[in-house]
Design a protein around this ligand. Sequence first.
Ligand code: ATP
Length: 254
Amino acid sequence: MFIETKDLTKNFGGLVAVKSVDFSIEEGKINAIIGPNGAGKSTFFNLVSGSYTPSSGKVIFKGKDITNLPSHKIANLGVARTFQTTNLFEQATVLDNVIVGHRLRTESNLLDAILRTKRYKREEKKCRDKAMEVLDFVGLTGITDKLAGSITQEEKKRVAFALALATEPEVVFLDEPAAGINPGETDGLADLMRKMVKKGITVCLIEHKMQMIMKLADKIMVLNYGEKIAEGTSEEIMNNEAVIEAYLGGDASA
Ligand SMILES: Nc1ncnc2c1ncn2[C@@H]1O[C@H](COP(=O)(O)OP(=O)(O)OP(=O)(O)O)[C@@H](O)[C@H]1O
């Protein structure tokens, strides 16, 4: 089993945002979490990636209980995530943004940086090479020297992917990767997710764009009021009565 949640629950005061969710994220697949607004999707992501501590229940990653590990330790195990909005340093280049993101995981310290030790220089080159490699992977080789403040929304989404990929993750959690971009660009990002899977990276995403999810995801979990109401393939989800009632029957384009 790759990633499993067992009876995962998060309460905020009297509100149960995630309620007893058992789910398994399949290795080498595109896993999706859908559900109406406020269903608990982001909270579930935050629990699995260690940003929130669960009220009860467990998160198991490759047989290891990671429930109470801080998020940086979880990241070190090979779990990366993106956020609904990526805050880039707008006055820095795309390349520098990715280098800085990557440096957060390297070993040299401030003293190394001040003294510009051999280790620092070696790591600086390593980070630069890695940044160029991931920017190439996400299709941004042409804009590495542009200021992050001047790039399009879709390019920002790709930079967010590059930042996650620079940490050499085994699994990436993508929070609404296609929000705010047009259908053509959405297809492009879907292709990029497939490419990530081909490279051996497991993908887990939250997305409101139903058409995209139904074409893209190998496995879907549906949350409603914090509870898992269904899981399965696109076809199973589309034909599931509880889902139709809770979600698709309402505003399917939400
Ligand atoms: N830090 C918090 N403190 C209190 N309540 C919270 C907190 N984070 C989320 N909630 C509440 O928990 C519930 C689930 O929210 P969550 O953001 O996980 O849903 P979501 O499915 O990601 O929604 P959306 O699709 O709108 O992003 C909501 O009722 C929300 O108001």
